[in-house]
Design a protein around this ligand. Structure first.
Ligand code: ADP
Length: 318
């Protein structure tokens, strides 16, 4: 059977159109427009361009998007203070810390300051804990994108099948593996019940090949161009390429983005395959928009949000 290349840009457009419809209905019911605030380190060009893409998507779906540009003068405490203010703000639904920050900033310390009810990128320790405990809050957007793409494949029962995730980073590989292996969960995210292996930089290449050869679903998030060759791929597998590495074209000197998967060769063996660019990346932005709307609804319906006077402020006063 011929390989189906999943077009992430089309999935992205479909997701955005659906979110736009939901946002319109939400606002029509008399609710305030959902609002996302993104913090970004102004020095990093790719970080800036990701934020711009997110802002454009937000505009399309009708989500208000503010950008806070951080400078090298912001230390962790300064950023945490900004985040605490946003946690308490009644007009902010989602807070996004666009990584990387400046080298002197401790990313996890900063991400952990985001209240779990506003952590639309799912990167804080409490969001990771919620994900592991099957609680319905926010999972990292890349893991949601992989989940969404697999979920949209019809006629394949993933339960019990073998999934291999290459990469174990806290924001990408690990949460992907969490969603693939887990059982039924609450809310809009359903685990896939897959038998899931995690490979990483210490996995010997022979073992990596053996694991991949038996994978019904192979997700690569290593950031190593050409890592996944066609002889490692099982015929009829679903191959999702999450790796994205900036390389220079040796002929033109222009910069391009490369995935982990040898696309042309793997296409001859896989049943479903995503490309880089134009695969998982755009879908990730769609998932962020979904999460912001979800956060807005959460804030309107529950009390589990950062209260205007939180513990920190109480102790500051005493
Ligand atoms: P990302 O944020 O996209 O996941 P990171 O650079 O943080 O990227 O993580 C890369 C992951 O890929 C790490 O978990 C690392 O162990 C894994 N990795 C890197 N090189 C290889 C390799 N050759 N084989 C298997 N895994 C690898």
């Amino acid at each position: 059977k011929k390989c189906t290349v999943i077009d992430g840009k089309i999935v992205f457009e479909n997701v955005l159109n659906a979110v736009k419809k939901d946002v319109d209905a939400w606002v029509e019911q008399g609710n305030r427009r959902p609002c996302l605030t993104a913090l970004t380190a102004g020095y990093d060009p790719s970080s800036m361009s990701y934020v711009k893409i997110k802002k454009k998507a937000a505009k399309f779906v009708g989500i208000h998007c503010d950008i806070v540009e951080l400078t090298s003068g912001h230390n962790d405490d300064d950023i945490i203070r900004i985040i605490q203010r946003l946690n308490k703000s009644e007009s902010v639904d989602g807070i996004l810390v666009q990584l990387p920050l400046y080298p002197h900033n401790k990313e996890l310390v900063v991400c952990d300051a985001v209240h779990h009810s506003k952590d639309v990128d799912g990167t804080s320790s409490s969001s990771m804990g919620n994900l592991c405990n099957n609680k319905d809050f926010f999972a990292p957007c890349t893991s949601l994108a992989v989940h969404y793409i697999l979920d949209s494949i019809r006629g394949v029962d993933f339960c019990g099948k073998h999934a291999v995730v290459i990469g174990r980073s806290k924001h990408v590989g690990l949460p992907i593996a969490m969603l693939l292996h887990s059982s039924e969960r609450k809310g809009d995210i359903r685990g896939f019940n897959m038998t899931t292996s995690i490979a990483h930089r210490h996995t010997p290449s022979k073992l990596l090949s053996e694991l991949c050869e038996s994978a019904d679903v192979l997700v690569s998030a290593a950031g190593v161009p050409g890592l996944v060759k066609s002889d490692m791929v099982k015929a009829g597998a679903v191959v999702i390429d999450v790796g994205i590495t900036k390389v220079e074209d040796p002929k033109t000197g222009k910069c391009l983005f490369k995935g982990d998967v040898d696309f042309a060769e793997v296409k001859k063996k896989a049943m479903y395959l995503t490309s880089v660019p134009g695969g998982v990346g755009p879908v990730t932005v769609g998932m962020l928009m979904k999460n912001v709307l979800k956060a807005a609804k959460l804030h309107a319906t529950t009390r589990d949000v950062a209260t205007p006077l939180d513990d920190q402020e109480q102790s500051d006063k005493s």
